[in-house]
Design a protein around this ligand. Structure first.
Ligand SMILES: [Zn+2]
Length: 389
């Protein structure tokens, strides 16, 4: 049978891959072979020697040099497919990828190993109205799922138990190291290639379907019937070759994660604009007096107090950077986090005392969409520092 997928749509597709580990390597392999229009890579890790047993895109030179995964991968893709547009973003999807970029994607493919990262991808995709594909691997088992705004949601599927141990990462690297030490062959790449291929196949369906905006579990495209994984979970295990397709659909109207951010208006501000200029500019652009910029997903920490002796230590960093700041600080290292009080700002107004700081210093990424409150209501503004001009 001839491929039912339309080449033009694939060549124009804009795809973001989050996570460049074993699964991400396989997903990117297919997307590069398909030569999708734009491939955005997101990961904050560096290449390590252990990665080489399950990653087609990395070399031992990358591991020795400790290169960032996204940079090594982008370079190889450009060597193989010089005409392909690749955008590497070295950072954490939870904080470092602007919603303005995400909302231009046709599909986001998650290749991450923990619930928190999935929760964050889901939150961003729901805000942006972009469907996303999730994949997970564990030993000889793997799963793939598809989430479509308005139809099903990762957070709604988690339930209270899942939300509780959200931060637990599947200890993929540790398991692999112990296997190798015990003389077991590293088979991660096998499951990764099966699940990665399913993820890309489902992404292709979403791309084909994106213009019709059907986003249902089965749809027709170019006279072919398709069944989408939307609302279902594909399960595979390699020991006995079991595969299952189970229902996996939940959409709770009260879920706080669903809020679609719209309409979004453009501003001249960038992440390098200072707080004082940003507030003034927003007053003009939004024709409002009272401007509050909400740091929706993180906070800004100006200082921490030691609970034992009340000594104050200046931090001046986004909340996500405080733990490593404390670890590296001579006077604070060794003090448990519970022994510190963290002074946070979540709302930036005219009374914010550090008006000279840039939005980026507060943790706002490039091409972010700011959630702004005014006396006339809430609005969303997209920063002007686009990755593509
Ligand atoms: Zn939900």
């Amino acid at each position: 049978m001839i491929s039912p997928f339309n080449q033009q749509m694939v060549s124009e597709a804009r795809v973001m891959v989050v996570g460049c580990g074993a699964l991400g390597n396989e997903v990117v392999k297919h997307l590069a072979l398909l030569e999708v229009g734009l491939l955005v890579l997101v990961d904050f890790d560096r290449v390590e020697q252990d990665n080489l047993s399950r990653s087609v895109w990395f070399t031992s030179d990358d591991a020795q040099a400790g290169r960032f995964k996204v940079e090594a991968m982008a370079e190889r893709i450009r060597q193989l497919h010089p005409s392909m547009k690749v955008l590497p973003i070295c950072g954490d999807v939870a904080y470092d990828v602007g919603l303005g970029l995400i909302r231009t994607m046709d599909v986001v493919i998650g290749c991450v190993d923990n619930r928190w990262a999935r929760y964050c991808i889901n939150r961003l995709c729901m805000r942006a109205g972009v469907p996303w594909v999730d994949g997970g691997i564990d030993g000889l088992e793997g799963t793939a799922r598809v989430f479509v705004p308005g139809v099903n949601c990762y957070a709604c599927n988690l339930g209270p138990e899942g939300l509780k141990d959200m931060a637990r990462r599947q200890p993929c690297a540790g398991v692999i190291r112990r296997n190798v030490e015990a003389g077991k062959a590293p088979t991660t790449s096998i499951v990764a290639s099966i699940i990665g291929a399913i993820e890309v196949q489902e992404a292709l369906k979403l791309i084909q379907d994106s213009r019709s905006k059907f986003h249902v579990s089965s749809f027709k495209c170019q006279d072919e019937e398709f069944t989408s994984l939307c609302g279902k979970m594909f399960y595979y295990e390699g020991q006995h070759l079991t595969t299952k397709l189970v229902d996996f659909q939940a959409w709770d109207e009260d879920c706080p994660v669903h809020e679609r951010w719209e309409p979004i208006q453009q501003t001249v501000l960038t992440a390098e604009t200072t707080v004082s200029s940003a507030l003034q500019q927003l007053q003009m652009e939004l024709q409002a007096q009272e401007i509050t910029i909400c740091l929706t997903d993180d906070c800004f920490v100006d200082y921490v107090l030691r609970r034992d002796n009340d000594s104050r230590h200046e931090v001046m960093l986004p909340g996500r950077a405080v733990a490593s700041f404390v670890e590296q600080d001579k006077e604070l290292c060794g003090i448990p986090f519970s022994g510190l009080y963290q002074h946070e700002w979540r709302e930036i107004t005219a009374s914010f005392p550090y008006q000279h700081l840039t939005l980026s210093a507060l943790g706002v990424p490039r091409q972010a969409v700011l959630q702004v409150q005014t006396e006339r209501g809430e609005c969303f503004v997209e920063l002007n520092d686009k990755y593509e001009k």
